[in-house]
Design a protein around this ligand. Structure first.
Ligand code: GCB
Length: 599
């Protein structure tokens, strides 16, 4: 799906700002009559202040007006949402326009032509934040009868982050030709010695035109060449390199009877990715991932787009010697993906498939529920939502050079019967749908040990979330070290040709907390915990990277083991470093991006 940009044939207007807001029952045929307002984009939760409104589950109504820009008869008007979490129903002047399920991918609708003559259009959005066993992420949905007999809806998160909701990303109004460029698919093929690249561009338009002109530009806007039959050979291409990004762009033009019908410019990078012999190659060199699992999570904005936070995060990431992050546990904003492309940061791109584990939060709360017989794959009805998010994520992110791998799910119950039948077709779908055929991984949960897991042979990279010294052997780092080593060696002997990637490891730490005995939660324990983990990682030849859990502290649901959120960040929620940051900086600056593990 194309990002909204202005070109000769397209004009983009922002609909961000202050909208009217109301929670509860409303008929969109009526004007939303309310004294409350809400900022777009943001999560509403931390802005409304009132406790009940913050945790409200159900319909949240947003409304604004805009005047219709001038259009000629060959143009159409589109309303586009970067994301609405988790379900958006869109109305114009009270008329239903369409809806979208899933809170992390963009969608758009064409405004009906009969409204183009109107002075203003009233745009109403119903944002529903319910989650259940058919949605991704998965939530435990309940209805509680209150003392006064009223029913209150609740979602108990089946995952470890706060269920922020709202119009989370930009809302745009844009004009485009009715016969327009629907999609641009860029693939590049690099020769083994990296001396030549073939760039292929596939353009999809509403109806075929006489001529499609495609020109490739270098970063300095000089013409590199024009495509013939949808392709161009580039000699000695400048590669998109880790932390040294180079972005080409392709300008696509549709021509009909000597007239320009539509034009759009898409940027792309030339780089290769492959998995072979237990290593992860970028541009033919074995790459070592240094970085983080993150969240879109900041004070006030919640999960709402915060571009300044995105930039400081990537600047901090570079500062500490890292080179990558995972979009745990959902697709991040398009703006973040573009920033990563620009800054040369490697991204592992994840769909919002989290919580596919019956009673996961109960297990996290350590209520002795661990041994209970679970039936995740009979309970979950998420197949349809899962297919949809895979298709939408790949449609959105396929051209990003920063994206080197897809994640089909985070910590599903891959040790329970039914997991294999559930995941096999989804993993195949991911591989086949991606025009670049990037590697696919599944992020494995600690209960799905090598003897119990039923799916890891299906993926290209063994991604592991492991908490030895935290959830396992809590506070006992020597037992933890032994356990971690044993388990990693078992994975290695089971899949000697697959790279192992540590996608999560971490320890909750309160800044300023110290103890003579460096007990858990102290800054000292966090340092010792990581030192132990890194010692073991360095022993494993096909362990190709370490991504810390988490980049920064973040908000969660209220739980027994959460003290105003999850505190495993290397940075606090307001992005101040914990003591361990200086240790990481030493380690990561000493580890090269390439050839760390290759002999
Ligand atoms: C995990 C989850 C992540 C949690 C983390 C934790 O395995 O993937 O969402 O936040 O553990 O801190 O418990």
């Amino acid at each position: 799906m194309l990002y909204p940009i202005s070109t000769k044939s397209r004009a983009v207007h922002s609909l961000n700002g202050v909208w009217r807001f109301m929670q509860g029952a409303h008929s969109p045929q009526e004007v939303l009559s309310t004294n409350e307002v809400m900022v777009v984009p943001t999560s509403f939760n931390d802005v409304v202040v009132d406790k009940d409104k913050r945790s409200y589950i159900g319909d949240n109504w947003y409304e604004t007006e805009f005047s219709v820009p001038r259009l000629d008869s060959k143009e159409e008007l589109v309303i586009r949402f970067g994301s609405v979490t988790h379900h958006g129903a869109i109305y114009v002047n009270g008329q239903f326009l369409g809806e979208h399920k899933g809170g992390f991918t963009p969608f758009e609708f064409v405004v009906p032509e009969e409204l183009y003559q109107e002075e203003t259009i009233r745009l109403t959005v119903c944002v529903n934040n319910e989650l259940n066993y058919t949605t991704l992420p998965v939530g435990n949905y309940v209805e509680e009868v209150q003392e006064d007999g009223s029913v209150r809806k609740k979602v108990l998160e089946n995952f470890d982050f706060y269920n922020y909701a709202g119009i989370h990303r930009n809302v745009h109004l844009y004009t485009r030709p009715k016969n327009h460029i629907k999609d641009i698919i860029v693939t590049t093929q690099l020769s083994e010695d990296l001396s030549e690249a073939v760039v292929k561009v596939d353009v999809q338009s509403v109806t075929p035109v006489e001529e499609v002109r495609m020109t490739i530009f270098a970063e300095d806007k000089k013409v590199v060449g024009r495509l013939e039959n949808g392709q161009l050979h580039i000699q000695s291409p400048r590669l998109w390199e880790v932390l040294d990004a180079y972005l080409y762009s392709v300008r696509v033009e549709l021509w009909e009877k000597g007239e320009l019908v539509d034009t759009y410019t898409e940027s792309f990078g030339i780089r290769s990715v492959k998995v072979e012999n237990g290593q992860f190659f970028i541009n033919q060199k074995p790459f070592y991932f240094k970085g983080f699992g993150k969240h879109e999570d900041t004070y006030i904005n919640g999960r709402g787009l915060n571009e300044a936070a995105n930039l400081i995060d990537l600047n901090l990431l570079k500062e500490i010697g890292a080179n990558s992050f995972r979009t745990s546990h959902y697709p991040y904003s398009e703006e973040m993906m573009r920033l990563a492309d620009r800054m040369g940061i490697v991204v592992i791109d994840e769909v919002p498939a989290v919580g596919l584990f019956q009673q996961f939060s109960a297990a996290l709360d350590l209520l002795g529920d661990g041994e209970k017989q679970r039936n995740t794959w009979e309970l979950m009805q998420t197949k349809e939502a899962h297919e949809q998010v895979i298709d939408e994520l790949i449609a959105r992110d396929k051209n990003h050079p920063s994206v080197v791998m897809w994640v089909v799910a985070n910590e599903p119950a891959s040790h329970e019967d039914g997991a294999r039948a559930y995941f096999k077709p989804l993993i195949e779908r991911m591989r086949e749908t991606d025009p670049q055929h990037r590697p696919v991984t599944l992020v494995n949960i600690m209960m799905a040990t090598p003897d119990k897991d039923q799916v890891m042979d299906l993926v290209d990279v063994i991604s592991l979330n492991r908490y030895y010294g935290w959830y396992v052997h809590h506070g006992d780092l020597s037992k933890a070290e032994k356990g971690l080593r044993e388990e990693l060696l078992r994975w290695q002997s089971l899949y000697p040709d697959k790279p192992i990637l540590i996608t999560e490891y971490g320890a909750d730490t309160l800044p300023g907390l110290h103890s003579m005995w460096d007990i858990p939660y102290t800054e000292g324990y966090q340092i010792d915990y990581y030192t132990m983990n890194h010692g073991v990682f360095d022993e494993i030849s096909n362990l190709v990277g370490e991504q810390v859990w988490n980049f920064a502290d973040f908000e969660t649901n209220v739980m027994l083991i959460r003290v105003k959120g999850n505190h495993k960040g290397l940075f606090s929620r307001n992005r101040e470093p914990k003591q361990v940051v200086r240790e990481f900086k030493k380690r990561w600056l000493a580890i090269p991006d390439y050839h760390y593990k290759s002999k």
